[in-house]
Design a protein around this ligand. Sequence first.
Ligand SMILES: Cc1ncc(C[n+]2csc(CCOP(=O)(O)OP(=O)(O)O)c2C)c(N)n1
Ligand code: SF4
Length: 272
Amino acid sequence: MFPYKKYLRLDKFPHIWCTGCGCGIVMKAMLRAIDRAGIQKDDVAIVSGIGCSSRTPGYLDFNTLHTHHGRAIAFATGLKLAKPRLKVIVVTGDGDATAIGGNHFIHAARRNLDMTVLLYNNHIYGMTGGQVSPTTPFGKKASTAPYGSTEPDFDISNLAIAAGAAFVARSTCYHATQLDKLIEKALLKKGFALIEVLTQCPTYYGRPNRLGSAVDMLKYYKENSIPVETARKLSPEEIKGKITIGVLHDIERPEFCEEYQKLVDRVRIKNE
Ligand SMILES: Cc1ncc(C[n+]2csc(CCOP(=O)(O)OP(=O)(O)O)c2C)c(N)n1
Ligand code: SF4
C-alpha cells in the first residue's frame, strides 16, 4: 500500500470532512503524484484559502499555509517570488478560486506563474452550508437558490486557458488513478498548471439536488465523462452535458518568475 502516513500530520486527525466527501480522494491523489514525481517534502509548499477543500494542507506534513478565503493564489505568488526553488501547490475550491479569488486566479494564469493549482470543483460553497458558487450549474438548487440557480456557470478549465495558463487538465474523483498522473504532469510543468477535479459534495450539493449517495455521484462521473481525445472528434451537441477529462491544454510560454529574474539581472548589471 502507498505509504500515506509518511506525508500526513496524524495528530491533526480525525479530519472534518463528511462521510463520502471527495476531498480525501483528491488529497490522496496529490500525495501519490508528489511521490511519483520524486519531489522531496521540504521542497514543497502547499497553500490554501478557506473552505472544506482548503482544509487539506492542515493534514499534510509539508511546508503549508492556510490563508484567507480567496487569497491562496495571492499568498502563493509572494511565496514563489521569494523562494522560487519551492514547488508551490495551491489547493482551492470553486468558490475560493473563482468567486472571491477570481481575479487572483485569472491574473496568475495570465502571468504564467509557476505553480500547480488543484481546484476541487464541487459546484457549491461547501463549508458555509451550500450557497451558489460560480460553478453551480443553471437550474441546480443551493441554499441561496432553493428553486434553482438562474445564473450560467463558469467552465473553470476554459477560463484558465483563455487567461493564459500553460497547462490545464480536468478529472473527477471517480478517475482517481488518472488524477495521479495528471497532477504529476502538472507538477513537472513549468508555468501555471491547473487541475480541475470534479469532487462530490453529497451533503450540500447532492442532497438538495437529489443526486443520491456519494457512490451515486461517483457513478455519475463515471458514466458522463469522456476522454478529451474522444471529445475532440464529436460535435458540440454530442458533448453537451458531458465532462471532458484529460489534458485539455499544454503549451510553452515565458514564465513570470524567470522573466522577473531576468529584469532584476539586467537592472543590476546596468547599475554596476
Ligand atoms: C472574506 C471571507 N468571506 C467569506 C468567508 C466565508 N466562507 C468561508 S469558506 C466559504 C466558501 C467555500 O467554498 P469553496 O471555496 O467552494 O470551498 P468548499 O468549502 O466547497 O470546498 C465562504 C464563503 C470567509 N471565510 N472569508
Ligand atoms: S460539506 Fe461537502 S465539501 Fe464540505 S466536507 Fe461535507 S461533503 Fe465535503
